[in-house]
Design a protein around this ligand. Structure first.
Ligand SMILES: [Mg+2]
Ligand SMILES: [Zn+2]
Length: 241
């Protein structure tokens, strides 16, 4: 496993272990299904929209006749709900993965940068982080204008299409945020596949873990954030678990 990005002089003040051996990471965390237990986009479409639109467009997406973004917009056009209805649903049903808030506090305390990289919606992410008491956590995402007349997606600029996956890709946000740090990436789904290749250590669950396993790629499986902390602590002490 390739890990780099040693702390430079001065930044380790206050740490309880020898800063010379510490790897400082940008810890980039997917939102839906990683911080939350359930994918909020799925929850929203299931409750307020028509899931069959996506299923109907899937062959066109696979064949390249329709982009993923066009298919998502068609799907969300069927979502008829106010922002408050959406937030109430997410608050009641999304759930939060065990250990998230403690993990963020620990990571920041020992000097890691923490950032959320999401293909989901600003409104939902901001509300969730705020409720959890980590509203100051930086995040990159898209957004949606929810309305009873149908929902419009607002895509965040992610530069040129990614040369590797031909999509607006999280690699763009990661490159802008990493500032020379080693990257620990946490994710669960298809939108995490490409960006994983730019990380120094990958923590994966669910579909992403299955895919990485099939691709014979290195990753650390996780189901709760305490496992991630334990692994990063081992790396910090120079033990490659
Ligand atoms: Mg996800
Ligand atoms: Zn890509």
């Amino acid at each position: 496993m390739c890990v780099s990005g040693m702390l430079v002089g001065g930044q380790g003040a206050g740490l309880w272990y020898d800063p010379a051996s510490v790897r400082r990471f940008l810890i980039a965390i997917d939102f839906d299904g990683t911080i939350t237990q359930h994918d909020t986009l799925h929850l929203i479409v299931d409750r307020f929209g028509d899931r069959s639109v996506w299923d109907r467009l899937t062959p066109d997406v696979i064949a390249g006749r329709v982009s993923v973004e066009e298919a998502m917009q068609a799907e969300f056009a069927t979502v008829r709900a106010t922002p408050d209805q959406v937030l109430n649903l997410v608050r009641a049903r999304a759930g939060v993965r065990d250990g998230f808030v403690d993990f963020v506090a620990w990571a920041r305390d020992v000097g890691h940068d923490v950032r959320v990289l999401s293909n989901g919606f600003r409104l939902v992410i901001a509300d969730t982080l705020e409720r959890l008491g980590v509203g100051d956590l930086p995040f990159d995402s898209h957004d949606a204008e929810f309305s009873v007349a149908g929902t419009r997606l607002i895509w965040t600029e992610r530069g040129e299409r990614c040369a590797l996956c031909d999509r607006p890709c999280k690699r763009f946000d990661l490159a802008a945020a990493r500032a020379g740090l080693a990257v620990a990436y946490l994710g669960d789904g298809v939108s995490d596949r490409c960006v994983c290749g730019a990380a120094d250590v990958v923590f994966a669950r669910a579909e992403l873990a299955d895919w990485l396993r099939a691709e014979h790629r290195d990753f650390v499986p996780f189901e709760e954030f305490g496992q991630v902390r334990a692994h990063l602590e081992q790396l910090a002490q120079g033990r490659h678990a």
